[in-house]
Design a protein around this ligand. Structure first.
Ligand code: NAI
Ligand code: MG
Ligand code: ZN
Length: 276
């Protein structure tokens, strides 16, 4: 199957194509969605900070207008990326997720981290460049581990105070310099619930553009210890029987996929597919 969406570094001097606009309040949308004819969008009263050519959707070029602030556009509203993840077509969500990551990174790399001088976009490459330092900055991606821990028919799920009321999810955390994925997983599990795990198995990965994680998903078995929740980070953690699960994370998340795969195996149901 060919993908409808492919990323590319496009020349912003070329006319035409589609464009999305992103402000601190999210993406512009109307009844037709978040993609607008680019020439029309550029005629609107928008405070454009930068324009990026980001890829092709069904063969048509797509651009991002990264805005300094939110503006009124007649007949349109603004909506955050999470809402698009929950509501929209998967391909549109992929386009917007990529746009959000590029927009954030370019905005945060307008000035050189070494000398403080303005940086420029490198033509035909996704990089910002400082000439005096000969320094290139590439989009930031943060590897993050996520793990479903199981004990027979029971799975360990936890709540962060940031979650929607009632929802429990798998444990996750950012990799630190010097760690392998497995080191990170073992450390995060110890920090968050103070238990030990064994038989760590890699399951799959997912881009998570909130704001720039690359989720590496694992399954691990319980090896020992009692649950003790990390103060401030973990509000509650429990073993749940696969027949009696609490409200779970959104179906597009790898957290939900890790849970659904295990439950499907235990119950002999068809396995789900990991959303990319
Ligand atoms: N797609 C999915 O199913 C899920 C994705 N996630 C994502 O996984 C990532 C890690 O999960 P958390 O439990 O929040 O992480 P965590 O357990 O490492 O703790 C979060 C803390 O890490 C620090 N931090 C923030 N950004 C960092 C970075 N780039 N590198 C190192 N430390 C950083 C901050 O102090 C933050 O409060 C997040 O981006 C989260 O959104 C988490 C659960 C499910
Ligand atoms: Mg965590
Ligand atoms: Zn510099």
């Amino acid at each position: 199957m060919t993908s409808r969406w492919t990323t590319a570094v496009l020349d912003t001097d070329q006319p035409g194509g589609w464009a999305v606009a992103r402000s601190p309040e999210g993406f512009l949308f109307d009844d037709n969605g978040a993609l607008f004819p680019r020439e029309w969008l550029k005629r609107q009263d928008l405070s454009v900070l930068a324009e990026h050519g980001i890829g092709h959707l069904d063969g048509e070029p797509v651009y991002l207008l990264e805005l300094r602030s939110v503006s009124e556009v007649p007949g349109c509203g603004w909506k955050g990326l999470r809402a698009f993840m929950l509501e929209s077509d998967h391909t549109v969500y992929k386009v917007l997720g990529y746009a959000a990551q590029i927009g954030t990174w370019a905005r945060e790399h307008r000035f050189c981290g070494n000398c403080g001088q303005p940086m420029t976009q490198v033509p035909r490459e996704r990089a910002m460049y400082c000439q005096p330092c000969d320094l290139r900055s590439y989009p930031r991606i943060s590897p993050s581990m996520i793990v479903l821990i199981t004990r027979g028919d029971e799975i360990l799920l936890a709540r962060s105070p940031r979650f929607v009321t009632g929802v429990y999810s798998t444990l996750a955390g950012f990799a630190e310099p010097g760690e392998s994925a497995e080191d990170c997983l073992i450390r995060e599990v110890r920090e968050e619930v103070q238990i030990e795990v064994k038989n760590i198995q890699y399951i799959g990965s997912q881009c998570w553009p909130f704001p720039h994680s690359m989720m590496l998903g694992f399954h691990a078995e319980y090896a020992g210890g009692e649950i003790v929740c990390q103060e401030d980070e973990i509000e509650d953690a429990q073993w749940f029987n696969v027949h009696e699960l609490p409200p779970l994370p959104a179906s597009r998340s790898i957290a939900r996929y890790l849970i659904d795969v295990y439950v499907a195996r235990r119950l002999g149901h068809a396995e789900p597919v990991l959303p990319g």
